[in-house]
Design a protein around this ligand. Structure first.
Ligand SMILES: [Zn+2]
Length: 248
């Protein structure tokens, strides 16, 4: 059991989001997270969340932490910058976890670049949020399957084909939890950072209040050229040239 002193310190920073027919979500934060972004240390507000299998109180959650074995499960989180509740214009990026790109700096994809770039865009905009979604590895197929898909890609298959050959749909990612979390932080519309108009449409369909999207390009290398072309050709992403012409 957690002592009442410790419980009192934590409980105000926890909130439970309930919605009929859906599992409760416990959100923790804001937590001060100073982040080195190029030459500058930027102070983000960090929030994590946990989907509750049954409706329990915040005190019961704290008392169950050890039993949950959370280290072997996946939890997502969100980095918030600025006054997310009230700012007129908030940029939101839904970033899918990429072990190879984000952590190792792999150049087989553009994820690491996109993550840092979105953080910069959000800081420049003075307000926004980056969701780091933990169960989205390899478009939702998981890290182990992604390594098998990479082997197939080395044999010449593209990303979409490789996932199909392993028995997966092209894209099995759900944004439901992240949308519920942003809804708890802000009720005004957001601008989504994405190159994929289909993603904006899908997120709006799933309940996100977004009024537009802005693109994020760059980070192309010799290794990810084919991957980026596949995104444009097969996954509905808009190409950079088109993007530039729509911005002018
Ligand atoms: Zn990646």
């Amino acid at each position: 059991m957690i002592s009442s002193e410790v419980r009192d310190l934590l409980i105000d920073k926890m909130s439970i989001v309930s919605q009929p027919g859906k599992k409760d979500i416990c959100i923790v934060g804001p937590i001060n997270l100073p982040v080195q972004l190029e030459q500058e240390v930027v102070h983000f507000h960090w929030y994590t969340w946990l989907v509750l299998e049954e409706s329990i109180s915040k005190a019961e959650i704290l008392d169950s932490l050890v039993a949950y074995d959370l280290a072997s499960l996946q939890q997502s989180s969100v980095l918030v910058y600025g006054d997310i509740k009230n700012a007129e214009n908030a940029l939101v990026r839904m970033h899918s976890i990429c072990h190879t790109g984000d952590i190792f700096g792999s150049k087989r994809c553009d994820c690491g670049y996109q993550l840092t770039q979105s953080m910069k865009m959000i800081v420049e905009n003075k307000c926004g949020a980056i969701f780091y979604i933990a169960n989205h590895e390899g478009r939702g197929i998981g890290l182990f399957s992604k390594s098998l898909a990479y082997l197939l890609q080395q044999e010449g298959y593209d990303t979409v084909e490789a996932n199909h050959l392993l028995g997966f749909n092209d894209d099995s990612r759900s944004y439901e939890e992240a949308i519920r979390v942003i809804q708890s932080l802000r009720s005004k519309p957001v601008t989504l950072i994405t190159n994929n108009p289909k993603k904006l449409a899908a997120l709006k369909e799933a309940g996100l209040t977004a009024d537009e999207h802005i693109p994020l390009w760059g980070g192309e290398t010799d290794f990810n050229k084919f991957y980026l072309e596949t995104k444009v050709r097969k996954s509905g992403h808009i190409a950079e040239k088109e993007t530039i012409s729509t911005l002018i």
